[in-house]
Design a protein around this ligand. Sequence first.
Ligand code: TRP
Length: 334
Amino acid sequence: MSRIFSGVQPTGDLHLGNYLGALRNWAALQNRYECIYCVVDLHAITQWQDPKELPANTREVTAGLIAAGLDSETNIIFNQSAVPAHAELAWIFNCVARLGWLNRMTQFKEKAGKNRENASVGLYAYPSLMAADILVYKATHVPVGEDQKQHLELTRDIAQKFNNDFGVEFFPMVEPLILGEATRVMSLRDGSSKMSKSDPSENSRINMTDDADTIARKLRRAKTDPEPLPETPAGLDGRPEARNLLGIYAALCDKTMEDVCREFAGAQFSRFKDSITELAVSVLAPIGGEMSRLTADPAYLDRVLARGAEQASEIAKPVLDDVYDIVGLLRPAP
Ligand code: TRP
């Protein structure tokens, strides 16, 4: 039986990259697999989060998941810190993972930047916690973007070493699920850098809560080049902005890049921009509206998260009990 697990950080301002790269794909998986989706607040605090904002950000991401189409009745949606088994298994994995493995993680190097001595120990151990997220449910498949593949390989290394060290066949080898076109949505101002909530320019990204006018304005200002659109995707080489916009269009309407190139072959950007604006508004504005409606009812979101945490705990508890047995940790008799 396949089980999906994935996580998203509650760091505020979900954008088009999160929607096309993650949330939308998660919604597409929900009727085919048992799915567990986690708002990873413990991962978020590996870098400073304002305690006054974190709860609202956690709820906003929860609203984003539901607004993107995830059914909270049939999927498990919860926040990581509400299920202590994640942190407990992460500690054990800290004792399985090797320093040499973590030293190779590119995300740590990027996030820690030049001042590595000043990064939190949690940021360094981030991949152990991520492995615990996945393996505490013995998940088999993890939908992630390209940038998380290295962490997923580390998860497999940890599972393998745990199994070897203790002579068990306990943890499964997880597989990444890399889905769809435009899994990598780039900045609207610079086609060579990823769309990111930390980009100082608001015009570089479309937020999931942007209204129709804002979406239209940002797309109108999106960087392009002077050439007409090519007949095939090969004609996009060396044109990162054009590739990004066509990729976004393709993802939003579930077409291939080939189809989109054929549709707009030889067209000027002005015509293409009218089309992408109309499409983006028709897909995103209703989602943004639903997010506002949901965030206006925090009690409802808290109920969704509480129920999800209860369901997640039920799956995680026997796995963690087995791990304690395997490792030889005594638990008080019931
Ligand atoms: N590291 C992931 C990201 O930044 C989030 C995440 C945490 C995750 N735990 C996970 C993703 C487990 C997949 C599975 O996008």
